[in-house]
Design a protein around this ligand. Structure first.
Ligand code: FSO
Ligand code: SF4
Length: 506
């Protein structure tokens, strides 16, 4: 096996025996075969709605910490074989057609960007929002991987991936807000009640909607976890009395938090981990998520029957409390733009000196405490814009406000990154500059391939001088890194740089 798609991969080599994430060599091989089949499907002239679904969901299933169920990976590949005939090629063999490390690195960058794109597009499609050009680009990108392409060709394909990524994030923003309303400023309780509960984690808002409907009047409370936290700010979900609040933090803490939750847990997407025995029987997966031996809730024509989860909850003890402050969320672009005049005045008067985007993914390494130290070390006249699970490193810090404008502006899931783009563009318009001319810095925390797509999108939007960490991607060769540094000013973070603590607006 060789997998180096996420930030946790073993430095220098990638994961070669077993994944740091728990992925076995056998599962990695099956994922390689599935991606090989997806490349063949993308290169074929076969077009049908099921083919689009295979391309989008198949890629999503190979994202880090999404699907640990070899049988389900196989069944998707078999579905593809039924449509295009036998295929028996692994993506790693396709990528090694390039003997040049730099070309391979650029192809991996593209493949991982496509995985992120597929994940975001999956969420828009689930809500009925489709754009044929997005799946068209997934086809184009996948079918380019076996081709002999120059570095310039591959750089432009990666930039195109970023461009399609921005479109996809905009579509997802429209899908979420037109289905569930505009997120509102909300204080989310982290206290637990005395009823049994069901914990729902991951990014799929439609799963939450169906669960809330099906648990209405049952006496069972629903709690969000991880990337489901922002759901508490949507008007459509606030109407449910049975949505109790949020339990726990980011995905990487799930082994302890799922144990102490005491009730059933539904993992709707990444990031799910191979469970401990203490809660394995209480864990359910759905959608693209899967873990071998864990019960899976199927989608039948868009409907999911959560009755088994609800039955299981009935006999469980209420959740054990976790000490955490309540959380303020719901700063999507609409809420922030409503404050635009006050924000602009605050910048003009010098009350706000700088905005710092600290978005992306959280992860397990100790070094990630850097993001908390960084947030706490920022001067009091800076505002942090966040989205994604990265925020769990600092969203319980009391950062205060600047004349009523909160110093921590949480736009939601990583799926809501588009809000940060809208906010940055609105500020740029107001000050008659481009994004790089704003008092705005990017300190991004990455873990998996959705973050790769967001990075490509930021590069396509022309954002310069992004700090990325805690470590730079293991699949980027020194030569490609030099291009990224020379062209875009990307640099690794890891410490609190002096110039970020003594920020100045030029
Ligand atoms: Fe986090 Fe996981 Fe949303 Fe990622 S839960 S790490 S970028 O998969 O998806 O932010
Ligand atoms: Fe390693 Fe990450 Fe791949 Fe898992 S997903 S095998 S941790 S590189």
């Amino acid at each position: 096996m060789l997998c180096r798609q996420c930030e946790e991969t073993l430095p220098g080599t990638g994961c070669i025996r077993n994944g740091v994430c728990g992925k076995t060599a056998e599962l990695s091989d099956k994922q390689d075969l599935l991606i090989g089949a997806l490349i063949e499907l993308a290169s074929s002239d076969k077009r049908c709605p099921e083919c689009d679904k295979y391309l989008v969901d198949g890629l999503f299933m190979t994202l880090s910490n999404t699907n640990f169920d070899a049988k389900r990976i196989d069944s998707v590949r078999e579905g593809i074989i039924d449509r295009i005939g036998d295929v028996d090629i692994r993506v790693k063999d396709i990528l090694s057609l390039d003997t040049d490390d730099d070309l391979r690195s650029l192809k991996e960058l593209l493949l991982f960007g496509l995985k992120g794109l597929a994940a975001y597009y999956h969420h828009a499609r689930v809500l009925g929002f489709e754009d044929g050009s997005i799946v068209g680009f997934i086809r184009k990108g996948l079918s380019s991987l076996p081709e002999a392409l120059s570095a310039d060709d591959l750089v432009s394909l990666n930039m195109e991936c970023g461009e399609v990524g921005v479109r996809c994030l905009a579509l997802l923003d429209e899908a979420n807000t037109s289905t569930y309303g505009i997120p509102e400023l909300t204080s989310v309780s982290t206290k637990v009640g005395t009823n049994p509960g069901i914990l729902i984690t991951g990014h799929d808002l439609k799963d939450l909607e169906q669960l809330l409907e099906q648990t209405k009047g049952t006496g069972i409370d629903v709690y969000t976890h991880g990337e489901m936290l922002p759901a508490n700010s949507y008007p459509a979900f606030k109407r449910y009395d049975n949505l109790k609040g949020n339990y726990g933090g980011a995905w990487y803490a799930q082994k302890d938090e799922f144990e102490s939750f005491n009730g059933p847990i539904i993992a709707t997407t990444n990031c799910v981990l191979i469970p401990k025995d203490s809660y394995r029987d209480r864990l359910f997966t759905t959608g693209t998520a899967g873990v071998e031996g864990v019960k899976h809730i199927e989608d039948v024509d868009g409907r999911k029957d959560f009755s088994k989860v609800i039955d299981a909850a009935g006999s469980c003890a209420p959740p054990t409390p976790i000490e955490r402050n309540d959380l303020t969320i719901g700063f999507g672009h609409s809420q922030v733009l409503a404050l635009a005049d006050r924000i602009i005045d605050a910048v003009k008067s010098g009350a706000i000196r700088r905005f710092v985007v600290m978005a992306g993914c959280d992860g397990r390494e100790r070094s990630r405490s850097y993001y908390r130290e960084f947030a706490e070390a920022l001067p009091k006249d800076t505002v942090i814009l966040t989205a994604g699970c990265a925020k769990y490193r600092f969203n319980d810090c009391d950062l205060g406000d600047i004349g009523g404008i909160p110093r921590l502006v949480d736009a939601g899931q990583c799926n809501d990154c588009y809000s940060l783009v809208v906010i940055a563009n609105a500020l740029a318009d107001a000050f008659g500059t481009d994004v790089n001319g704003l008092p705005l810095s990017f300190n991004i925390s990455w873990y998996e391939q959705k973050a790769v797509l967001v990075l490509l999108s930021l590069l396509k939007l022309g954002v310069k001088d992004i700090m990325l960490g805690p470590r730079l991607p293991g699949f980027i060769t020194p030569n490609i890194l030099k291009v990224l540094v020379d062209t875009f000013g990307i640099r690794a973070n890891g410490t609190v740089p002096e110039d970020m603590v003594t920020l100045r607006i030029e």
